[in-house]
Design a protein around this ligand. Structure first.
Ligand SMILES: NC(=O)c1ccc[n+]([C@@H]2O[C@H](COP(=O)([O-])OP(=O)(O)OC[C@H]3O[C@@H](n4cnc5c(N)ncnc54)[C@H](O)[C@@H]3O)[C@@H](O)[C@H]2O)c1
Length: 342
């Protein structure tokens, strides 16, 4: 699959602010590297948080802020997301454009101890994912092809052995054959249908079932969906059906796991250029359409999905479960294109 360029338009920043002087001192070297304007980047914040964990210094909680000045932020911002002490499993990191990578960075920046489960397509892929995620110092790095039940069992065994239990599970993976992401939906083959549904939807059910005994009280499971689950998006075809199954699974899982104190939610992200999305015919046109139609007149960023996932992973969202949260610059609310001059 091709992996074209990346559309980046950051208007929401998550900023780590050292609270205590001692913490500030220990984190300052990382922050100093971060930006000339003195505003830490997500990368430096994540690295600082990972460094602090290694030194057994709890990082300050993640703050989600608007685009106000640093001075205004200090007067108004309050901690929203704090994942210190949480074990967070992230699936679906393939490269630095993966939505899962944006999520992992934000979880780490909020203080979570991140574990990575990746698809071991080849040694090259494994090395790439390993070197990408190194800055987060993952305490778990486990191969897992969700089509192999033995991989899922091995993942559970690794979590049990390393962590004892898990607080956050990020299910951020999907797959459909390229030929099923173009043309007539009715031409979808039985095999293509099963593949898409199995990898993109059933894997969440199986993951929750396998990890159920290991999900700590207050645990949060977050998966990634898309508008094509409920509305027709040209060429999304079988993935739309898979996402519909995924979203229904979120509700059934939330109902099942709620009594054990576990929440399950989906983020319905607006389109972002990634390896997976590059397989969808006409994807670039879809991005342009968002920029013209979405109330915010832009596409969502990987980082914005990450900060939302960190929020859903945290106790800041403790009464939210079984939901599909749109993170799409408002595109989903539009029933018709915005008014244009005649
Ligand atoms: N990019 C978008 O526009 C967009 C929008 C909404 C939702 N999403 C969803 O976000 C999630 C992540 O996709 P992405 O866009 O970051 O692309 P991506 O290609 O970076 O990630 C997809 C991931 O799925 C993994 N995967 C595929 N088959 C697997 C298997 N058998 N076992 C384990 N892992 C497997 C891949 O290794 C990869 O890491 C997907 O669920 C996707 O549908 C993407």
């Amino acid at each position: 699959m091709a992996s074209p360029g990346f559309v980046s338009s950051v208007s929401v920043s998550s900023v780590l602010r050292a609270g205590a002087a001692a913490r500030t001192a220990q984190l300052s070297s990382s922050f100093a590297l971060s930006s000339a304007a003195g505003r830490p980047t997500a990368r430096s914040a994540a690295a600082a948080a990972a460094a602090a964990r290694r030194a057994h210094v709890p990082p300050p909680p993640l703050r989600m802020t608007s685009t106000t000045t640093p001075a205004a932020e200090s007067a108004t911002a309050s901690p929203v997301v704090d994942l210190r002490g949480k074990k967070a499993l992230v699936t679906g990191i393939a490269n630095n454009r993966s939505i899962a990578w944006g999520v992992a960075q934000q979880l780490s920046a909020a203080g979570a101890d991140v574990g990575v489960a990746y698809l071991p397509l080849s040694d090259k892929v494994t090395t790439k994912v390993k070197s990408l995620t190194e800055e987060l110092s993952p305490s778990l790095f486990v191969p897992c092809d969700v089509t192999k039940p033995e991989d899922m069992t091995a993942l559970a065994d690794a979590i049990k052995a390393e962590w004892g239990g898990v607080d956050v599970v990020i299910h951020c993976l999907a797959f459909a054959n390229r030929e099923d992401l173009a043309g007539d939906f009715s031409a979808t083959s039985a095999g293509g249908f099963q593949t898409a549904l199995n990898i993109s939807a059933f894997s969440l059910v199986e993951m929750c079932g396998t990890l159920k005994p290991l999900l700590n009280d207050g645990a949060s499971v977050v998966t990634l969906s898309y508008l094509g689950a409920t509305k027709v998006v040209p060429n999304y075809n079988v993935m739309g059906v898979a996402k519909a199954a995924l979203e229904a699974s979120v509700r059934y899982l939330a109902a099942e796991l709620g009594p054990q104190g576990v929440r399950v939610n989906a983020i319905s992200a607006g389109p972002i250029r990634t390896l997976a999305s590059s397989a969808i015919a006409g994807f670039v046109g879809m991005l342009r359409n968002i920029e013209n139609v979405a109330p915010l007149r832009r596409t969502v960023t990987q980082k914005e999905v990450g900060t939302t996932a960190a929020f859903l992973a945290s106790s800041a969202s403790s009464a939210i479960t079984g939901q599909v949260l749109f993170v799409d610059c408002g595109y989903e609310i539009m029933g018709a294109p915005p008014k244009v001059e005649d």
